[in-house]
Design a protein around this ligand. Structure first.
Ligand code: PAF
Length: 281
């Protein structure tokens, strides 16, 4: 596996592969890799001749400095995991390489960027869009793979690709879960032993609420879900919402939205966790 740190050498190498007629898959990450990330590499391996990855903890997408400071970093283990998974190239730039000048780009994703994560993490999606656009310019992928755990991010990336006319296919990949249902996340390593034990409550509550889809109103499901979290001292709920799966606007009329998404964000101690499931009516 080739490891690069400079934009120019990365693009030159990938360009040579593309000139030779090979298709390039790309998995952008912030490191602290777990099985969820590796499943994206494996998916890319199935469909592309060359698999590339990036590891860059993008400072401009963190709206909370302590989250940035405590974001787990496991670079040696990450490189080993990527090598074992059959990744061909990993790009590991520093901040200066990605942002040599102050960032001025401002994206407008309309209604999609102001709800859920966008409402609770101001500036987050602009930071994601800026870095992903730059990474796409450097990695020139034919296909890029994103996990559905960050469901709103996936929709933002799709909107970015449309808006900037970027010739890349975005491939959504299913959430990978621990045996007890907890969605895999790099932030899970920051949970205490006790927090880790109670964390599956999030997915269990989502599943129970999704089962209510055919028998209860939206309002009943949402109030039930909110009550579960509010009655559980371990968690501090930010949102528990049912949204359409295109612009993530709140669903009011069940009949109009057969396929919606049930999304949650909650603090467990000092760790903010998100998760989502499909809900059908
Ligand atoms: O999902 C992530 O890990 C990040 O948001 C991404 C897409 C790598 C951009 O920094």
């Amino acid at each position: 596996m080739k490891i690069t740190t400079l934009r120019s050498e990365t693009t030159a190498k990938i360009y040579a592969w593309k000139e030779a007629g090979l298709t390039v898959g790309f998995v952008p990450t912030m490191g602290a890799l777990h099985r969820g990330h590796i499943s994206l590499i494996e998916e890319a391996r199935k469909t592309c001749d060359i698999v590339t990855c990036s590891i860059f903890v993008n400072p401009i997408q963190f709206n909370n400095t302590s989250d940035l400071d405590t974001y787990p970093k496991t670079i040696e283990a990450d490189i080993e995991k990527l090598e074992n998974a059959g990744c061909d190239l990993v790009f590991i730039p520093d901040t200066e390489e990605m942002y040599p000048e102050p960032v001025t780009e401002k994206y407008d994703f309309g209604a999609l960027e102001n709800v859920l994560e966008g409402a609770f993490r101001p500036g987050h999606f602009n930071g994601v869009a800026v870095v992903v656009k730059r990474l796409f310019d450097i990695m020139i992928p034919d296909m890029a793979f994103f996990g559905e755990k960050d469901y709103q991010q996936l929709l933002i990336i799709k909107a970015l690709v449309l808006h900037d006319n970027i010739p890349v296919e975005i491939v959504p990949c299913p959430i990978i879960r621990e045996k007890d249902g907890l969605a895999m996340s790099s932030r899970n390593t920051r949970l205490s032993e006790n927090e880790r034990t109670v964390a599956p409550f999030i997915y269990n509550t989502l599943c129970k609420a999704a089962e209510m889809g055919k028998t209860h109103t939206i309002e009943q499901i949402v109030s039930w879900g909110e009550a579960q979290f509010n009655n559980n001292d371990n968690f501090k709920l930010e949102y528990f919402q049912i949204a359409d799966n295109i612009e993530l606007q709140p669903v009011v009329n069940k009949k109009k939205s057969d396929n919606a998404r049930l999304l949650v964000a909650a603090w467990l101690g000092k760790v903010r966790l998100i998760d989502n499931v499909d809900i059908n009516f």
